[in-house]
Structures are given as C-alpha cells and as structure tokens.
Ligand binder design. Structure first.
Ligand code: 5AD
Length: 337
C-alpha cells in the first residue's frame, strides 16, 4: 500500500471499507479463532524513565518483585484456567537476568505452556540463555518509529531497540513489536512509518495501543490517544501483515469500553491478567486499566462470551506464529551457540 493511501485511511478517509477489509483478511488468514494469552506482571521495578509510563524509575510507587515460586505457581494456575500461553512481563531491570532462566525451565518442565518474555532490552548472551532455557517468544515494542521522539520520551536510542529485535529474530524467537498511538508530538507520518515497519519486518506479533496519560508522569496533562485512530492502525496492520498475531490490547479496551468491535477490525488475540491481585494493583503503567480488580476466572468467562458474541471462537491453544520462516527454530539456537 502506498504511504499516501495508508495516510488516507489513518485520517478516516473510509473507515467502513477499512474495517471491512481488515475483518476479511483476518478471516481468510487466521479464521475464527481468538487466542487467549495469560500475562503475569511479575515486577514493577524499572531502571528506565519513559515519560509516558506509570512505573518509570522516578514514579513514586510501591515496588514489588515476585519470587520464582510465585511466578511458576501463577503460570501453572494460568494453565489450569485453560490458557496455552503465558507472558512474563516486568519493568526493565537486571534483578531477574539470571533468576528468570530457572523460572522459564520450571514452567516448561511442569506445564505445556508457550512462554513469552516481555522484559526489555538485554544482550545477545542473555537472550540466547533465555531461549536455550525454553522461552518461545519475545515482545519488545519499538513504541514509535520516530527516532527523535523515541529519544525524547525514553532517553534511549531507537537503533538499539531494533538491534535487539534483530538478535531475537536470529535466535529463532517468535518476535513481537508494536507502538503507542497518539503519543504527544507524534505525527500521522510517524504512524505511517510504524505501519510500514510492521510490514517490512514481518513481525510475528504486534501490540498496538493508544497512549493513556498517567498521573505522576511528565505527560499526565496530555490528551489520550484516539481509540478510533488506534483501530485504524490495527486494521491497516492486519491488512499489510496478513497473519501477524495482533492483540486487542488492554490499553485499547480501556479507552474503548465497548469491546466487540475490536475483534472485527483485525485483532485476533486477547490477554488475560493472572497476576496476584496484591501485585496487579501496583503494576499501573497507565490509569483506569481494566480488569485490575476482576477475578481471572470471571474475566475469562466474560471475554469468551464477548468473543462468541462477535461471531468468533475463543481458543486456549498455543497459537504459534503463522509466519512460515519459523521452521528451523532449534537449529537457529544451535547455530548461534
Ligand atoms: N499509555 C499506553 N501504553 C503505555 N505503555 C506504557 N505506558 C503507557 C501509556 N501511558 C505500553 C508500552 C509498553 C507496554 C508494556 O505498555 O507500549 O511497551
């Protein structure tokens, strides 16, 4: 798709056509299944200071770090609930660089779960150790493709992030990137670029959510990202990437309220929070986060109903990448060793 055409749809040129086409592509390349993933937010300790994020280093919040036993138990609970995949997410810190290896191993030994890591920028050696321990997938959003904006918001180099994504791909992980829509100072052209990068890199997964201002952060007084615009980014990403796994992100469901429509605009994944409640309330990346107080089992039943009401099918399967190049995962790690 020509950049001007992407822009036309992003600006609301023809929503009806856009969403219809995205739904059609989702149906053709993925079918009716909506994959359920469990997420464990195992620590809010973060050494980064991203301006948008509620758990940034300078945020005055109570910090926690779940221990290995708690994390493994939580993963086993996710499997008992019927999930096929567990996402282990935390603020970026070095506390778990070694500990996480045994945690991954134990989850892989005691469950059939696919294990996804979302713990930030690490070096090649660590990424390889996590992979050898059994991690299957890695999420590392590029947040914005505008290098100046990325630096302004995170104090970090965008280039480094893409280097990490490259390493992860070479190690044979299924890799997810993604962006935040409606960040302060972000332009429509920045979003066009994000979508082009999604297509060029051919990521296995894409997390696309609106910016939500968080109190206590430097961006607390900026307006939130537009839900409709976020839906357009999702729909365009679906059309251009065909079969990437795209979740209806918690951030999007938080600003949209009405859920049904998301699954008909291209999204095919949803994440359920299984973090113990006492910790979950402290993992406040942004305010108003839905399902903070809901019991995981009730939440799961509700979301399954919603998926069925949308004419789709909830699935607890692993839901592996649909990208073809993933055939030789094991040999890739060997080669890299
Ligand atoms: N609004 C929306 N998304 C946010 N994230 C962090 N802070 C915010 C915010 N204020 C997203 C980032 C990160 C993911 C875990 O949460 O994209 O990758």
């Amino acid at each position: 798709m020509h950049p001007e055409e992407i822009k036309y749809y992003l600006l609301g040129g023809n929503d009806e056509e856009l969403f219809r086409e995205a739904d059609k592509i989702r149906k053709r390349y993925i079918g009716k299944k909506v994959y359920l993933r469990a997420i464990i937010e195992f620590s809010n300790i973060c050494k980064n200071n991203c301006m948008y994020c509620g758990i940034r280093r300078e945020a005055k919040i109570k910090r926690y770090a779940m221990n290995g036993r708690e994390i493994v138990r939580c993963a086993q609970y996710a499997e008992d609930l019927g999930y096929g995949t567990v996402v282990l997410q935390s603020g970026e810190n070095n506390i778990y660089d070694k500990k996480i290896i045994d945690i991954i191993k134990e989850i892989k030994e005691t469950t059939k779960l696919a294990v996804v890591l979302s713990i930030g920028e690490k070096n090649f050696k660590l990424y390889r150790e996590f992979k050898v321990a059994g991690a299957d997938r890695y999420l590392l959003k590029h947040e914005t493709s505008n290098p100046n904006l990325f630096y302004k918001l995170t104090g970090r180099k965008l280039e480094k992030r893409f280097e990490c994504l490259k390493i992860l791909m070479n190690l044979g992980y299924e890799v997810g990137s993604g962006n935040i829509v409606g960040l302060p100072w972000q332009s429509i052209d920045d979003l066009v670029k994000d979508i082009q990068i999604f297509a060029e890199w051919d990521f296995d997964m894409l997390g696309i959510g609106p910016f939500i201002p968080c109190s206590g952060t430097p961006l607390e007084n900026f307006p939130p990202g537009d839900a409709k615009l976020t839906l357009r980014v999702i729909a365009l990403s679906r059309i251009l990437t065909k079969n990437a796994h795209i979740p209806a992100t918690t951030a999007l469901r938080t600003v949209l309220g009405e859920n049904k429509i998301i699954f008909r605009c291209g999204a095919n994944v949803v994440m359920g929070n299984v973090t113990p409640e006492k910790y979950r309330r402290l993992y406040r990346i942004y305010p108003g986060k839905i399902c903070i107080f809901q019991d995981p089992e009730n939440w799961l039943n509700e979301i399954k109903d919603l998926i069925r009401e949308s004419g789709l099918k909830p699935s607890g399967e692993k839901g592996e990448s649909l990208k073809k190049r993933k055939k030789n995962k094991e040999s890739k790690v060997k080669m890299a060793e």
